[in-house]
Design a protein around this ligand. Structure first.
Ligand code: NAP
Length: 324
């Protein structure tokens, strides 16, 4: 193993939260090093660039009146972070020791890194059904998405029948949003009862173009380049059928990327998200900060993640100054 390198600020993650933290930390002359992760093919695990790498068109990030492709937005923010001197390392952080300072981080390339302050911005991945054609059409922009608020308003989905899998509050919220654009929105739910709160259910079910397909799971996504339908199996009778739709939204929960932090003593909530201290980017461990979806199960937007990245970097800067 090579000798450990020592940095003032190490940022783990390279989505909007990580890059924004890097911009602020670099401009504060903290010479941040950003661990962006090893490139991966599987969208169900964290990618360098985060969830926006799976988003074709981002229409709700301020400053881009015509919209911008998710990967392009991330490239631009990365450039901005690099312009102020952020160093980028294409390795995963696989283990952290926060028991003493400087903190010790271990990388996927078997290297050891020491850090005075750490900003965790590893995000959360949307859960997927795990079907081959689902992944193919999600990564190619073929009409499968895990974020209706991000993609639902795109012209390809206008006045088209759309399907959404899920039965929780997020599913209701996202499906209700889709009813504004789609001809019909089918919620496909594996049971005969929704998990969502009554008020959220009602908000969806009150829409004239809302329908629920009960006791059903999606077993395949149909279409060569774009979604033409979904193959369903009835969970009670086992019967199979085809539902013609032009888009499939998967809203079955998220998993925060906190597995590598399990034994660090950090405080997590019951779903595994990092708990922030009050209205700040501070965590339960002094000198360790968190930003973006890894600490936010509620909003999960690029712009909220970017704001949290700014906040964590400012908190880190102030904390480091107080240590001197
Ligand atoms: P959730 O409550 O865990 O719901 C996930 C849904 O996906 C469940 O209905 C579940 O079905 C279904 N599901 C899970 N795995 C599946 C699979 N493999 N195949 C098919 N269906 C599957 O997650 P969420 O809706 O993202 O909500 C997360 C938290 O945020 C909740 O506490 C929620 O109340 C909160 N939230 C609140 C609001 C709001 O109040 N405005 C909005 C959004 C979210 P089963 O029901 O059969 O298990």
């Amino acid at each position: 193993m090579s000798e450990a390198t020592h940095h003032r600020v190490v940022i783990i993650g390279s989505g909007p939260a990580g890059w924004t933290a890097a911009i602020y930390a670099a401009r504060a002359q903290l010479e941040p090093v950003c661990y962006v992760g090893v490139p991966k093919q599987d969208p169900s695990i964290i990618l360098p660039g985060g969830q926006l790498m799976l988003t074709t068109e981002v229409e709700n990030f301020p400053g881009f009146p015509e919209g911008i492709a998710g990967p392009m937005l991330m490239q631009m923010v990365q450039k901005q972070a690099e312009r102020f001197g952020t160093k980028i390392v294409g390795e995963d952080i696989v283990r952290c020791d926060f028991s003493k300072r400087p903190f010790t981080l271990h990388t996927s390339a078997d290297k050891t890194v020491l850090a005075d302050a750490v900003i965790i911005a590893t995000g959360a991945t949307a859960n997927w059904l795990g079907l081959e054609n689902e992944m193919r059409l999600a990564t190619s922009g073929g009409g499968v998405s895990a974020c209706a608020v991000c993609d639902g308003a795109l012209p390809v989905f206008r006045d088209q029948p759309l399907a959404l899998v899920g039965g929780g509050d997020s599913a209701m919220e996202e499906a209700t949003y889709l009813t504004k654009f789609a001809s019909t929105v089918y919620i496909i739910h594996r049971r005969d009862e929704l998990r969502a709160s009554k008020v959220m259910q009602k908000r969806f079910l009150d829409q004239p173009n809302a329908k629920v397909v009960w006791n059903s799971i999606v077993i395949d996504v149909l279409g060569d380049t774009t979604v033409t339908g979904v193959r369903l199996r009835d969970t009670v009778t086992g019967e199979e059928s085809t539902l013609e739709v032009r888009g499939l939204f998967v809203t079955i929960g998220h998993t925060p990327a906190t597995g590598f932090l399990r034994d660090t003593g950090l405080e997590f909530d019951e779903k595994g998200y990092i708990v922030a201290q009050g209205d700040s980017g501070r965590t339960s461990i002094e000198g360790v900060f968190a930003a973006g979806d890894v600490a936010d199960s509620q909003y999960r937007q690029a712009i909220t993640a970017a704001g949290m990245g700014c906040r964590a970097a400012l908190d880190a800067e102030r904390w480091l100054a107080a240590q001197e």
